[in-house]
Design a protein around this ligand. Structure first.
Ligand code: NOJ
Length: 566
């Protein structure tokens, strides 16, 4: 199967996120690798996806799961070589799967050659000017230059002495101290990233996911100013915040678009950016990256009205820029949705997670049903659907990682106040037994719980009612049902039900409530049931609906797809 040259291939793609270090280990060192991905192309192919997005696989000391990049144009030797990458790319392309790589342009790692040069150079030197170095405040410069906060530490400034610098300056890092921020007011930084994008695009990479795309530009005019309130935007106009979502960041992406459009088909990109929907749309314009992640569903509870509001807003925002929307309910930074939806919405999830899941009960059945229902709902929406590895297995968050094995800086750098994101990054269970559940021959780099045996790809592949089987059927159908990017809502008279259709008669109904919903009675006999997120013939239905045939009703936390004649 070759790849089409259709320049719009991405608009309604199904994209599967691979967290490479936790996908498949081919050499038994406990870390997933590139050859591991290549060895599982049949599996990826069986999911009927259009593309994979690889989280960073570059050389890295893993201060932040690989988002601390030592070299943007290489593969971490622990994960393989560029030749392995080329082989993987070729084989994925052969089965019709395109590849996105993750670009991390806000910061490098402290081991990047540029940062090493900067630390060894004088204040004011060209080498330092690629990053953000400043003198400190206080009589002897002993205080950070501003109050800017970091995501993983109290201050966004570290003294250069912590990195072996001999001078008395501070450098800026909006994430961990091992992740120094680039100075995007420096033309050299622009040119370097254009070269990196070209490097991967020339190799045949189809698209790019842009890490924290809203943070590259900062107000670096002297004197640097304190941030009023994190995350800012208090007394400054939108677009003029000191640190986030500044208007001038868009110049960068306009330049990138010129490069993307020199390829056939043009390379595509999706922004990871946090900004209000109407401002997010600018990143997604055809003159810039083309798409931006819509993260609002990550915040939403499994609630019909919350979902509808987000969907309407997302579709309108994407349309306003000629983009298509993106839909996702999880990624490598988020609590697994089967866990999230299984908790009472009033529970403070962070505190619950930190307690090891002991403060409140988790309703695993409802949570899992809701997660699969939500996945099938977003698959039916106009736009792209993103699936995070393990979502198709219905994995729960892993809660009991021993403290001495936690890797995430969110835990290590924040006074251990938040157990962090490792619970959704535990290596995949490929088999129900054996060393690291088939992940590799060695011990997995994060401990896998015993319940993974019940959730393995091997086991779920043999169960026609498993989450994996439901996903496989859904994604295959989706690839056949793709319709023009429009949606019509249908009034249901029930606040727990969302019902929409696409122009080709593809209907999607989701029951967010606790009762049963008689959808066939409303749609009539001509409706053909295509697929559902759980069987529609639950025994309990007979008790509730008496003589009504079981398939006529939609159980709680279920999505059904139907086709109606046009
Ligand atoms: C967003 C990434 O998704 C996250 O994993 C990472 O920690 C930060 N950006 C910093 O690169």
């Amino acid at each position: 199967m070759g790849l089409s040259l259709d320049k719009d291939w991405w608009r309604q793609a199904a994209i599967y996120q691979i967290y490479p270090r936790s996908f498949k280990d081919s050499n038994g060192d406990g870390l997933g690798d590139i050859k591991g991905i290549t060895s599982k192309i049949d599996y990826l192919s069986s999911l009927s996806i259009d593309a994979v997005w690889l989280s960073p696989f570059y050389p890295s000391a893993l201060a932040d799961g690989g988002y601390d990049v030592d070299d943007y144009r290489d593969v971490d030797p622990k994960l393989g070589t560029l030749a392995d990458f080329d082989e993987m790319l070729l084989k994925l392309h052969e089965v019709g799967i395109r590849v996105f790589v993750d670009i991390v342009p806000n910061h490098s790692s402290n081991r990047h050659i540029w940062f090493q040069e900067a630390i060894a150079s004088e204040p004011g030197s060209a080498a330092r000017n690629r990053y953000i170095f400043r003198n400190g405040k206080g009589a002897n410069g002993e205080l950070p230059p501003t109050n800017w906060p970091s995501h993983f530490a109290p201050s966004a400034w570290s003294h250069e002495s912590t990195q072996g610098g001999k001078g008395n300056q501070w450098y800026c890092h909006m994430f961990a101290p091992e992740q120094p921020d680039f100075n995007w007011d420096n033309r050299e930084v622009h040119d370097e990233f254009l070269s990196t994008l070209k490097f991967w695009a020339d190799r045949g990479v189809d698209g790019f996911r842009i890490d924290v795309a809203h943070m590259l530009k900062k107000d670096l005019s002297e004197p640097l100013q304190d941030q009023d309130k994190y995350p800012g935007l208090t007394n400054r106009k939108p677009g003029q915040d000191i640190l986030f979502d500044r208007d001038d960041v868009h110049e960068i992406y306009k330049e990138w678009r010129l490069l993307f459009d020199t390829y056939n088909p043009p390379r595509v990109a999706v922004a990871e950016a946090y900004a209000p929907a109407e401002r997010l749309a600018r990143y997604a314009s055809p003159e810039e990256l083309g798409q931006a992640f819509n993260f609002e569903l990550l915040e939403a509870n499994f609630n019909a009205q919350e979902f509808k509001t987000v969907i309407d807003r997302g579709l309108a925002a994407a349309k306003s820029q000629g983009s298509s929307s993106t839909w996702t309910i999880n990624n490598h930074d988020q609590m697994r949705p089967a866990t999230k939806y299984g908790l009472n919405p009033t529970v403070d999830r962070l505190r619950w997670k930190n307690s090891g899941g002991t403060t409140h009960p988790l309703d695993e059945v409802s949570g899992l049903n809701a997660a699969i229902a939500a996945s099938m709902l977003i698959m039916a929406l106009p736009g792209c659907t993103y699936i995070y590895q393990g979502e198709e297995l219905g994995l729960f968050e892993v809660l009991n990682i021993p403290e001495d094995q936690i890797q995430d800086p969110q835990y290590l750098r924040n006074n251990k106040a938040d157990k962090g994101r490792d619970g959704c990054r535990v290596p995949l269970p490929w088999t129900s037994s054996g060393s690291s559940f088939g992940f590799g021959d060695g011990k997995a780099h994060l401990p896998q719980p015993q319940w993974f045996a019940e959730k393995s790809i091997e086991k779920e592949s043999h169960d026609s009612k498993s989450p994996l089987s439901i996903f496989r059927t859904a994604l295959k159908l989706r690839s056949q049902l793709i319709a023009p990017e429009e949606l019509t809502w249908h009034e249901t008279g029930n606040k727990h039900i969302l019902h929409f259709s696409r122009p080709n008669g593809w209907h999607c109904i989701t029951n967010f409530g606790g009762g049963y919903y008689d959808f066939m009675g409303l749609l009539g006999e001509k409706a053909e049931i295509l697929h559902s997120s759980q069987p529609l013939t639950e025994a309990g239905l007979y008790l509730i609906h008496g003589q009504i045939s079981a398939a006529d009703s939609l159980p709680p936390a279920t999505t059904v797809w139907l086709r109606l004649p046009q």
